[in-house]
Design a binder for this molecule. Structure first.
Ligand code: ADP
Ligand code: MG
Ligand code: MG
Length: 906
């Protein structure tokens, strides 16, 4: 590690007379730090503070705590002094103390990073100053007990002893509430809060064996080190893996002067969004609490109130609260503090325009003064992602290219998921009503603990509330339900980011973790019971509710059109049936890149003829069986050609080992023997004969067509006769016949000769012709090296990256499950190469094959038909290599279209 040069800062200040950072410094300052600096730069009121850089985190991991703290200490002290000067307070002073928050912040927001510690700097001395400054004893002791609570759990690691145990602090609080016969935290008096502080300190000493630190500087260094340590905590590591974020990014630490939302009725705190993160609608929305601090809103401690009047009225309707009571007990901020609301509305406007994207903001009101504590590009569902990008484009805030680049192609998947069938919904019984926190439809079995989300194939996580520890399980669960918390609760925000259906704040649910039951009114539900969740309405429904295919919204269609404007690479689909072909065409596929003919043989009425063909001992017998197959194949092709209406259709000749088609069970073997009028022994011996040690490298691909040319003849005949028939109907047809698994020039040339001869015969017999082309799959490494020679006779190449990956790595795709997970975990591989194309190795072969092929034929058509054709990262690579098209499964076509457009733009 190189050491710091003289002018390279470890600490960047903001909100003081000087602001060192800005929005473009996310890598160094983390997202939170860069945006705090940016806000302060453009005149948004931000409490003063500073950011310790991500580089320091990396150094901390390499050199250890002591060395790094020693090095940055002078800069940190100077920065604290700057805050003191701005605020007119002094850190640790017993007259006029400065209190601060310590907040983690990586480049991208990342659950698992250390939770924020508020009110740092409090101790038995400085609290006197706080009381003196504010004249509010209750507030001072409330802040103190909150600080001990947060610091002990976040920095000192004090946790409940088991997962269904109460938090030790909550236990003390509950105990005191019982004793005092009160319900709310806000009802504690000064004496109660003082008692809590002493009890808290006691339990910290008892449980951790260490006294609670009294020196503010010890407190601060402890918190800073804890932020850095959290970078390597389990949760953060899991999250990084899930998203493929590198370990060496590190996290920044933000230290900031406290502002207080819990100073009384003229104070409060909240979270807001410049647009609806669930639907993308352009409506300002959010939640707030009066007389509360920081996390209270997100953690769902009290029922939060809506910021806008409109939102408040919508909420009241769902919660079945009448207008009178709403106004009285749950007024909107717009009604309660109109001036603050107006100011907040201006800032949200300014920030969205400035960042040109939907913002997720946090704010605190201290005695009638508004402070903004955070802004970031808001997490959103796939549907909201599309709507917001297209709306921002229409509003002129961003241009077409930017709108396209805003789309995370894989997130489009969410829009293609099934939705509840309205008819089934009508009949379903509503168990409870919550808030529509993240849209979607899900059916599954109840689990109560995040770490048990994998207990069922489809589980629905039901919690009182969620916390960052639950993220891994939330990712596994089909949907998330919480009894507490609002639209900005942890559960809601994380679910929207994951595109997962979520209902929050369903207050009627009485959850008991100990008995693993859920009670609503008089009905009890148990772990494993089926329920359905409608994230768009907030309904929780009894049992399983039927679903249907989604209808794609107007913005989705607009996005697709926009993509086509920029793509240079065609997107085709892999489809074996006319049904798949039609789905893909609806999604905008411009042809079929791969039709696997063997799938047509597995249907019940066909497998018999297929088996007859395989079991035949003579050419004559085989030809007889093929004759039976011919009309079936022809019919399938006709339907596909009709469905594709003039778009090219690539059909691959028979590819899998024949062994896959014969029966392996005695009963079916007997059946077959009877049907074919041969002995069971004959069937058995033929099956044994077909047995191979390594079928994927055995008698398959063009090795079949080369050993049994009559198969290629029949398939060619079926393809071209079908083409002629459909052509007669007035539909344009473009058949492309593809020879699989070619490794030598002759393997291809001899197959091509058979295809051409058969074609001539068909044309002569039918007195008509149709244009067709003959190409090959590129999936054996040897074929790549001789691609220039294969190209002499081939009309096109289609890279079969599944087999090519398999053969290049020497990993059997079917057996890789035994070691790939370990490889990924240990970092031996960065990605599963069957999912994301291995650019370095397999990619090099793809590039080489393309170049050699085009050396012979500069206009050689080249595409890819492996699973990678719909994977955005890989699509970008294929664009770079200069392919004409990618082909992927029907449901990935929209993803590939956007990925192709993005690849063309960048
Ligand atoms: P997260 O990344 O989990 O949102 P934050 O650092 O944003 O964590 O802080 C958690 C809560 O504490 C937020 O509601 C935030 O607004 C509040 N908070 C953080 N720093 C301060 C501060 N200096 N004064 C008042 N509230 C703060
Ligand atoms: Mg925050
Ligand atoms: Mg293959």
């Amino acid at each position: 590690m190189e050491t710091l040069t003289a002018n390279q800062l470890s600490v960047y200040s903001f909100g003081n007379k000087k602001t060192d950072g800005g929005r473009d410094m996310k890598e160094l300052l983390g997202g939170k730090g860069a945006n705090l600096a940016e806000m302060s730069r453009i005149g948004i009121p931000v409490p003063p503070g500073f950011t310790i850089t991500t580089e320091v985190c990396t150094q901390y991991n390499e050199e250890g705590k002591e060395a790094v703290i020693n090095r940055i200490e002078p800069e940190v002290r100077a920065a604290i002094t700057r805050i003191e000067e701005t605020m007119g307070t002094i850190f640790g002073d017993d007259e006029n103390p400065l209190l601060i928050s310590v907040r983690s912040g990586a480049r991208v927001s990342m659950p698992g990073m250390m939770d924020t510690v508020l009110n740092l700097g409090l101790n038995d001395e400085s609290i006197k100053g706080v009381i003196k400054m504010t004249g509010n004893e209750r507030f001072a002791w409330d802040s103190y007990r909150r600080f001990i609570q947060m610091y002990s759990s976040v920095v000192m690691g004090l946790k409940p002893e088991s997962k269904d145990d109460l938090d030790p602090f909550e236990e003390i609080i509950d105990h005191l509430k019982d004793k005092r016969r009160i319900e709310q935290d806000t009802q504690f008096n000064v004496q109660d809060l003082q008692d809590l502080v002493y009890d808290f300190k006691d339990i910290v000493q008892k449980r951790t064996g260490k006294p609670f630190p009294t020196n503010p500087w010890d407190q601060l260094w402890g918190a800073i080190a804890a932020v850095f340590d959290s970078w390597n905590g389990d949760r953060a590591v899991y999250y990084r893996k899930m998203h493929g974020y590198p370990e060496d990014w590190g996290t920044a630490v933000n230290v900031q002067a406290m502002v207080f939302g819990n100073m009384g009725e003229d104070s409060g705190t909240g979270v807001c969004f410049t647009r609806d993160a669930g639907t993308g609608e352009n409506v300002f929305n959010g939640e707030y609490l009066i007389n509360a601090q920081g996390e209270d809103v997100v953690a769902g401690v009290r029922t939060p109130q809506q910021i806008t009047l409109l939102g408040s009225q919508r909420w009241a309707k769902l919660a079945q609260i009448d207008e009178e009571e709403r106004k009285e007990n749950y007024p909107s901020l717009e009604e309660l503090m109109p001036d603050i609301y107006k100011e907040l509305f201006e800032y949200q406007n300014k920030l969205e325009t400035h960042y040109q994207d939907m913002q997720d903001m946090e704010f605190t009101i201290q005695q009638g003064k508004l402070w903004i504590l955070q802004t970031r590009n808001g997490k959103r569902t796939g549907a909201a992602m599309v709507k917001i990008a297209m709306d921002l484009l229409k509003e002129g805030l961003i241009d077409e290219k930017k709108a396209l680049m805003r789309i995370e192609p894989n997130k489009l998947n969410e829009l293609l998921h099934p939705v509840f069938d309205p008819k089934a919904l009508e009949e379903a019984e509503v168990i409870a009503q919550g808030l529509p926190a993240s849209p979607g439809a899900a059916t599954g079995q109840i689990v109560f603990f995040a770490d048990e989300a994998d207990k069922f194939k489809n589980s629905i996580l039901v919690r009182v509330e969620t916390s960052p520890e639950d993220v891994e399980g939330m990712n596994i669960a089909k949907a998330i339900v919480t009894a507490r918390g609002g639209m900005t609760s942890h559960a809601a925000v994380v679910a929207r980011g994951m595109g997962k259906c979520c209902v929050s704040g369903a207050g009627a649910l009485k959850i008991n973790y100990k008995t693993r039951t859920l009670k609503v009114n008089d009905h009890e539900y148990h772990e494993g019971d089926w329920i359905s969740i409608n994230g768009s309405t907030g309904n929780i429904l009894e049992g399983k509710v039927g679903t249907k295919e989604p209808e794609l919204s107007g913005e989705f269609a607009e996005l697709m059109e926009l993509s086509d404007k920029y793509t240079t690479m065609e997107v085709r689909t892999n489809a074996d049936t006319s049904k798949d072909a039609l789905i893909a065409r609806n999604f905008g596929a411009k042809g079929i890149g791969l039709t696997r003919t063997e799938h047509m043989f597995f249907e019940v009425d066909r497998i018999k003829a297929m088996r007859e063909m395989i079991l035949a001992d003579t050419i004559k017998g085989r030809k007889q069986a093929l004759k039976e197959l011919l009309p079936m194949q022809r019919n399938d092709f006709e339907e596909i050609f009709r469905a594709m209406e003039g778009f090219p259709v690539t059909i691959r000749l028979l590819d899998p080992p024949l062994h896959e088609f014969v029966p392996h069970q005695l009963a079916t073997q007997k059946e077959l023997a009877e049907e074919l009028h041969i002995s069971l022994a004959a069937v058995k011996s033929k099956v044994a004969e077909l047995e191979e040690f390594n079928p994927m490298m055995g008698h398959r691909g063009c090795r079949l067509g080369n050993t049994y040319p009559e198969i290629t003849e029949m398939q060619t005949q079926a393809i071209l006769e079908a083409a002629l028939k459909v052509k007669k109907e007035g539909i344009l047809v473009k058949p492309e016949i593809m020879v699989p698994l070619v490794g030598t020039v002759e393997e291809f040339n001899q197959q091509k000769a058979i295809i051409d001869t058969t074609a001539q015969e068909v044309f002569k017999k039918r007195k008509d012709t149709v244009e067709y082309s003959v190409g090959t799959m590129m999936e054996i490494p040897r074929a790549i090296f001789i691609a220039d020679k294969i190209a002499e006779n081939a009309d096109f190449f289609s890279f079969g990256t599944n087999d090519l990956t398999q053969m290049t790595f020497g990993y059997s795709r079917d057996d890789s499950g035994k070691f790939l997970p370990t490889y990924l975990e240990k970092g031996i591989l960065k990605h599963d190469p069957f999912e994301v194309l291995d650019h370095e190795g397999v990619g090099q072969l793809v590039e080489m094959g393309t170049q050699l092929g085009r050396k012979t034929k500069s206009n050689l058509k080249i595409g890819i038909c492996g699973e990678h054709g719909g994977e955005p990262n890989s699509v970008a690579f294929f664009q770079k290599v200069g392919m004409n098209y990618v082909s992927c499964s029907p449901f990935r076509v929209p993803i590939a279209r956007v990925a192709a457009a993005q690849a063309a733009i960048s």
